[in-house]
Design a protein around this ligand. Structure first.
Ligand code: NAP
Length: 308
């Protein structure tokens, strides 16, 4: 495992990063962060693009998050990525945030301009690109069942679906109230003249077999944005019998390669993909924000898939 730097390294002025060869000018903030795959593909991209800088992991505990974000300009950083648990805090720390980041309540990409911090969220747009690449379809045209709509990733995906005006969106969450509140918030985006029959274009339901069965009968894609599947010992998120060959199943979780959900989905004959493609595309979009040029996607993909 390569080096993990600390928030104090940044807060102290970033000398340790300038001393590296090449100097670190980008990084990922998280807690924990040692597992992050981002340095591998971002460093490959920086080399391919001929940029004389590197990308590092920075362990940022919650109480030091604000100071760490505010230290980025002085430390000479171009920007940063943000992962668990700082995406919401990052939104509060930046001077300006793009519309999608504000609506999704989180920032995963920070761009430093002078002394100012600009916040973006590339998770939703990254998922759109991933779905197009994996299934050759556009999220806009799909009837989506989103599992885990109450979490940070779930909210970001739901907001993206609303901004894409996708055909239909069913928000599923263990804590139903969170999904209901989100459905109410996004309802206006689904109140258009696109008619698909007597059913509502946006709905919130709990993780209950009959409710899921009814909604899956009117769905094209199931997206898992819960944290279930991150451990190999996790059980089935939804009963395997509900998965049918006409469905596409996208699991944002990628930690275990093929999650139980994806195993059950492929056994049912459904088309499946895990979250590595979303990780790749959200990273490529971050690169485009930092450097205002296309990311070397093939190099990044190669670096990502060759990781152990
Ligand atoms: P989070 O904010 O902690 O949200 C967790 C979600 O999972 C909540 O909706 C929660 O429901 C639900 N959940 C947890 N345990 C559950 C269970 N046993 N049964 C049903 N639902 C359960 O986490 P997050 O930051 O949104 O991250 C969620 C996942 O997204 C992670 O696995 C992460 O790997 C993935 N992700 C992937 C990418 C990528 O690039 N591929 C990017 C971002 C996130 P309640 O609301 O009821 O608690």
């Amino acid at each position: 495992m390569s080096t993990v730097y600390s928030a104090d390294d940044l807060i102290a002025g970033g000398g340790v990063f300038s001393a590296l060869q090449p100097p670190a000018r980008l990084g990922v903030f998280g807690d924990p962060v040692a597992h992050s795959k981002s340095p591998s593909f971002h460093n490959a991209a920086l080399v391919a693009a001929g940029m004389d800088m590197s990308y590092v992991r920075i362990h940022v505990p919650e109480k030091k998050a604000e100071a760490a974000f505010r230290s980025l300009p002085k430390a000479g950083f171009v920007g940063a990525n943000v992962t668990i648990p700082h995406k919401a805090a990052a939104l509060a720390c930046v001077d300006e945030a793009e519309d999608y980041a504000r609506r999704s309540g989180s920032v995963n990409t920070v761009l430093v301009q002078g002394d100012r911090l600009h916040g973006f969220n590339t998770d939703g747009p990254g998922l759109v690109r991933a779905i197009r690449e994996e299934f050759s379809v556009d999220l806009h045209d799909l009837r989506v069942v989103l599992l885990g709509a109450g979490g940070g990733a779930g909210r970001a995906i739901a907001v993206q679906c609303a901004m894409e005006a996708c055909e239909r969106l069913v928000l599923v969450n263990r804590t139903l109230e969170k999904a209901q509140a989100l459905a109410a918030e996004l309802a206006a985006s689904f109140r258009t003249d696109r008619l698909i029959g007597p059913i509502e274009r946006i709905q919130a339901i709990p993780f209950e077999q009959e409710a899921l069965r009814e909604q899956l009968a009117h769905a094209d894609i199931v997206i898992n944005a819960t944290s279930v599947g991150m451990s190999r010992t996790d059980g089935a998120l939804i009963p395997p019998s509900l998965l049918t060959p006409n469905l596409m199943v996208y699991d944002t979780v990628y930690a275990t390669g093929k999650s139980r959900l994806l195993e059950d989905a492929s056994a049912a004959g459904a088309r499946c993909a895990n979250g590595l493609s979303m990780l790749l595309h959200q990273g490529a979009l971050s690169f485009e924000i930092w450097f205002n040029r296309p990311a070397p996607l093939d190099v990044m993909r190669q670096a990502l898939i060759s990781l152990p």
